[in-house]
Design a binder for this molecule. Structure first.
Ligand code: CP
Ligand code: NVA
Length: 304
């Protein structure tokens, strides 16, 4: 496996499979109250430039459960916010800690960190991708459906960072992915073309959420306005109003469809309250699996 996880294209199909297997094993051991401390004496720094509940706390807890120490760093309290060059911060931190998890706006900034560090760098969300989210989400799909081959996976909503990581995953794993987004809010064409160029996946993009949801085994949604787009929220509410995941979409989906959302959710916007809290929702399992998957990621990247 490569040194970093900047996007899911850094992983091969074998890497994905190894991480799923390890996460399931670590989950089982955790449920049996077994203690594993392979990262004793190691430190993970989390540099976050955007808010987070799940990603931050699951990475911190993962590190503690593996015997290591997390250090949370709010980017605005560092010299990064006073324009210290990334190359200096990256090289200094490489002398202190063993791994960096970074949540920031620009994917380029994350890549610059990676270029100048000697330690692994993990993308904990950028404007363009959210790779670790999709790793834990596919783990949830595996648990609920026994695998991911032959499933119709449907994304409903904004062609955003989370959707881009689904597209990357589709290209590596050969998934059947349909995305329903309003005109003007499609995923990045370059990311889609690159995925299609690999040949083995099926990616359909449409503006018809009902057709996208028809016979879907998985329906996934996310907020209409991501972090950094707060001032577009009102305009987006108008553009996305027919892209709510609600009963109407569940009625045309497969009978045992699972409904997913990375959270945080806006009830009554991208998802209705009854669907979020209903029997098809596996949303809290997704959140739990972030802990187990982050343990698998940290153990793999940091044990070397
Ligand atoms: N799903 C997710 O990344 O949530 P947080 O923003 O709370 O970390
Ligand atoms: N697309 C959302 C995901 C939050 C986990 C955002 O970037 O805000």
């Amino acid at each position: 496996m490569k040194k970093d996880i900047l996007t899911l294209l850094d992983l091969s199909r074998e890497d994905f499979e190894m991480l799923f297997e390890l996460a399931l094993e670590l989950k089982k051991r955790h449920k049996n109250r077994a203690t594993d401390t392979p990262l004793a004496g190691k430190t993970l720094a989390l540099i976050f430039d955007k808010q987070s509940t799940r990603t931050r706390i699951s990475f911190e807890t993962a590190m503690i459960q593996l015997g290591g120490t997390p250090i949370f760093i709010s980017a605005k309290d560092t010299q990064i916010a006073r324009d210290e060059p990334v190359r200096d911060t990256a090289r200094v931190l490489s002398r202190y800690v063993d791994c960096l998890a970074i949540r920031t706006y620009s994917q380029n900034l994350l890549e610059e960190f990676s270029k100048f560090t000697t330690i692994p760098v993990i993308n904990a969300l950028t404007d363009t991708y959210h790779p670790c989210q999709i790793l834990s989400d596919i783990l949830t799909v595996i648990e609920c459906r026994g695998g991911y081959d032959d499933l119709k996976i449907t994304w409903v909503g904004d062609g955003n960072n989370v959707s881009h990581s689904w597209i990357n995953a589709a290209s590596v794993l050969g998934l059947n992915l349909t995305l329903a987004c309003p005109e003007g809010f499609f995923p990045d064409q370059k990311i889609v073309e690159k995925a299609l160029g690999k040949g083995s996946c099926k990616i359909v993009i449409t503006s018809d959420p009902v057709e996208a949801a028809r016979d879907a085994d998985v329906i996934y949604t996310d907020v209409w306005a991501s972090m950094g787009q707060e001032n577009e929220h009102i305009a987006r509410k108008q553009a996305f109003k027919s892209f709510r995941v609600d009963k109407r979409l569940l009625e045309v989906a497969a009978k045992d469809v699972i409904v997913m959302h990375c959270l945080p959710a806006h009830r009554g916007e991208e998802i209705s309250e009854d669907v979020l809290e209903g029997p098809h929702s596996v949303i809290l399992d997704q959140s739990e699996n972030k802990l187990h998957m982050h343990k698998a990621v940290l153990k793999t990247l940091m044990s070397r």
